[in-house]
Design a protein around this ligand. Structure first.
Ligand SMILES: Cc1cc2nc3c(=O)[nH]c(=O)nc-3n(C[C@H](O)[C@H](O)[C@H](O)COP(=O)(O)OP(=O)(O)OC[C@H]3O[C@@H](n4cnc5c(N)ncnc54)[C@H](O)[C@@H]3O)c2cc1C
Ligand SMILES: *[C@@H]1O[C@H](CO)[C@@H](O)[C@H](O)[C@H]1NC(C)=O
Ligand SMILES: *[C@@H]1O[C@H](CO)[C@@H](O)[C@H](O)[C@H]1NC(C)=O
Ligand SMILES: *[C@@H]1O[C@H](CO)[C@@H](O)[C@H](O)[C@H]1NC(C)=O
Ligand SMILES: *[C@@H]1O[C@H](CO)[C@@H](O)[C@H](O)[C@H]1NC(C)=O
Ligand SMILES: *[C@@H]1O[C@H](CO)[C@@H](O)[C@H](O)[C@H]1NC(C)=O
Ligand SMILES: *[C@@H]1O[C@H](CO)[C@@H](O)[C@H](O)[C@H]1NC(C)=O
Ligand SMILES: *[C@@H]1O[C@H](CO)[C@@H](O)[C@H](O)[C@H]1NC(C)=O
Ligand SMILES: *[C@@H]1O[C@H](CO)[C@@H](O)[C@H](O)[C@H]1NC(C)=O
Length: 499
């Protein structure tokens, strides 16, 4: 492509998305950056640009950045962000690329910063580890395993550190809480290029704001996570159930929410129901885990065996091997759409929602590659309390008291981006109707988990007014010019007062 053609294409895209400043400024920004940091730029049209730009879990997240910037140090990020603020250059930041929200971690009219060159891993002497923002959880577990250590983080190998800004459900969550609550320090590049450490003693307000505040405050270059000691091996695998067993699985997953996960905090289960539109078959396949060096299924997890899985891979193993096993089947390159909301664990409501989702899914199974996924993921009272003990976050879950919350996940997969319009509005309407049902039945909790939300869900608003006011105060102190609202404009943004 000639430069003229690129500019023309971008202008057309700009008009499509209603962006008046499009085209030339973005191209100019790439030139400005290239003048300062030439080796780190991938130009549009090169094969490296294409490879890196296609590296997203959902094909809907692949956009057309004007160029890609791949820094290898916090100082390079600092130089770039200052330059972007000074010149009003739009940009986006990508960690592991697993957000399915188009524009959250990519851009059509700006520069994409990819973080894979920020890959430091270094244990400290204080039960913590520094991790570069470009690492995946599989890499981290692989690094920590030989030291008999682990971190409270994502469960699937290729998922990235963006999870440490939203919430973070983990193998270790029932005991230690959400991933965000186990971030000791965020190393942050502010709008003006200043690099600061936000932790419990240095910029503690920013530390708390980042625990749920996402990309509204800065670019994170490194995270210091609390480590936990793990035994020589742990016990875990995947249990698979046929249609005939699903009713029993529903009973067990409710007991898991209110009893097992509460009373044996070393357990973890992620109950997943999947509907394959091609075969019209529904299965359950659930990652299952116990943080102990066992050689057989512990009593706490026995109900999952009693529910008669047709396949059960539980064995003595390592966390990194589970992260690999669980990710198989969640491959790249398809369209992924997600939505979520939260309820107090309720057996009948769980059943009603899953039944109605199955009925809804039947109506779309002719779409090529159609697949539906539903999960109930507990956040126990102890998990919430861990967050309080570790300094607090902005999610607004404290009021749940002694009741286990459940994050309800709804996901759709299909082959072709052109089918999105046929599915998306109906999907949103369906999930909203389930939210209304939850309200009618008095089981709804307002929280919307960042990591699983649809692009139009009101994630930050759901944290409540007090947390929103707090976030706005912190925003005034750390991003007074609004770089991380106006220039980094994708994803979930802190709303203006009085939303
Ligand atoms: C297969 C699969 C498994 C998953 N498993 C889990 C799980 O076990 N637990 C869980 O809680 N969630 C899980 N998730 C959800 C996951 O937490 C979110 O998708 C999360 O956004 C992924 O982070 P990422 O870095 O890969 O994503 P990205 O898409 O790269 O980033 C997500 C958001 O974070 C921002 N961001 C990323 N890095 C930075 C940075 N350095 N500075 C500033 N902003 C940044 C991006 O701009 C974007 O808005 C899973 C998702 C998938 C698809
Ligand atoms: C492109 O990628 C190849 C293979 O990863 C690498 O060797 C090369 O240096 C890259 N080129 C640029 C310009 O980044
Ligand atoms: C917070 O960060 C500062 C600056 O790096 C450091 O001096 C301090 O020890 C850290 N505090 C904690 C509790 O880690
Ligand atoms: C369960 O389903 C699997 C995969 O479809 C099949 O191979 C197996 O025979 C079924 N088992 C039972 C007990 O129904
Ligand atoms: C759905 O079933 C088809 C046909 O057996 C298979 O090719 C496809 O991989 C399945 N999809 C998923 C996501 O399991
Ligand atoms: C698909 O499965 C549903 C639910 O089990 C059933 O009612 C329906 O008849 C099936 N449709 C086809 C085309 O097999
Ligand atoms: C939970 O709290 C309610 C009200 O505070 C109390 O009545 C109930 O007994 C508690 N339940 C448990 C299991 O602690
Ligand atoms: C996607 O849909 C478009 C428009 O309906 C069609 O032309 C194209 O062949 C489809 N591609 C695939 C891979 O199914
Ligand atoms: C950068 O911004 C922060 C937060 O507003 C401020 O404290 C700091 O002094 C600024 N740094 C410079 C070099 O202006």
């Amino acid at each position: 492509m000639t430069l003229q053609k690129i500019v023309k294409t971008l202008a057309v895209l700009g008009a499509l998305y209603g962006v008046s400043v499009a085209a030339l400024p973005a191209a100019n920004c790439c030139s400005l950056l290239e003048a300062v940091l030439p080796v780190n730029i991938l130009s549009i049209g090169t094969s490296n640009y294409t490879t890196v730009n296609n590296d997203y879990w959902s094909s809907s997240a692949v956009l057309s950045p004007s160029c890609i910037f791949s820094p290898t140090s916090p100082q390079e990020v600092s130089q770039a962000v200052k330059l972007f603020t000074d010149n009003q250059c739009k940009f986006a930041v990508r960690g592991g690329g697993h957000s399915s929200v188009p524009g959250a971690a990519n851009t059509n009219d700006g520069i994409l910063i990819v973080t894979e060159g920020l890959n430091e891993q270094s244990l400290t002497n204080e039960n913590s580890v520094w991790l570069g923002a470009g690492l995946t959880w599989g890499e981290v577990y692989g690094y920590l395993g030989p030291y008999h250590k682990s971190v409270v983080a994502g469960r699937y190998y290729p998922v990235g550190t963006g999870l440490l800004l939203g919430a973070g459900l983990s193998f270790f969550g029932n005991e230690y809480g959400l991933a965000i609550d186990n971030v000791k320090t965020y190393e942050v590049v502010l709008y003006n290029g200043t690099i600061i450490h936000a932790n419990s003693t240095s910029h503690p307000d920013l530390h708390r704001a980042l625990k749920g505040g996402g990309d509204n405050f800065g670019v994170i270059t490194r995270y210091e996570l609390i480590t936990l000691d793990t035994p020589d091996w742990i016990w875990g695998g995947m249990v698979y159930y046929n249609q005939s067993q699903l009713s029993q699985v529903e009973d067990v997953l409710y007991d898991y929410h209110v009893d097992i996960a509460v009373n044996d905090v070393k357990t973890h289960v992620l109950p997943q129901f999947g509907f394959n539109g091609t075969t019209n078959e529904t299965l359950n396949f659930s990652p299952i885990f116990y943080n102990g060096a066992l050689n057989s299924t512990p009593a706490a997890l026995q109900p999952w065996v009693d529910a008669q899985p047709y396949k059960n891979t539980m064995r003595p193993t390592q966390v990194v091997d589970l992260a690999t096993e669980f990710d198989a089947g969640f491959g790249y390159g398809l369209v992924q759409v997600q939505r979520t909301f939260t309820v107090y664990a309720d057996k009948q409501f769980f059943r009603d929602v899953w039944y109605q989702f199955q009925v809804w899914l039947q109506g779309y199974k002719q779409i090529p590659g159609f697949y539906g996924l539903h999960c109930n993921m507990p956040v126990t009272p102890n998990a919430v309390q861990q967050g309080v003990l570790k300094g607090g976050n902005v999610l607004g879950m404290e009021g749940a008291g002694n009741r286990t919350l459940s994050i309800l996940y709804f996901g759709l997969t299909f082959n072709n981006l052109s089918d999105t319009d046929a599915v998306f509005p109906a999907f949103a309407t369906f999930v909203e109707s389930m939210m209304s049902l939850a309200e009618q039945q008095n089981v709804r909790h307002p929280y919307i988990m960042w990591s699983y939300a649809g692009h139009d869900e009101k994630v930050i608003e759901a944290y409540g007014e007090e947390n929103n006011n707090f976030l706005r105060r912190v925003k005034q102190d750390y991003d007074p010019v609004g770089t991380f609202t106006n220039l980094v404009s994708g994803g979930f943004k802190l709303p203006a007062p009085g939303y």
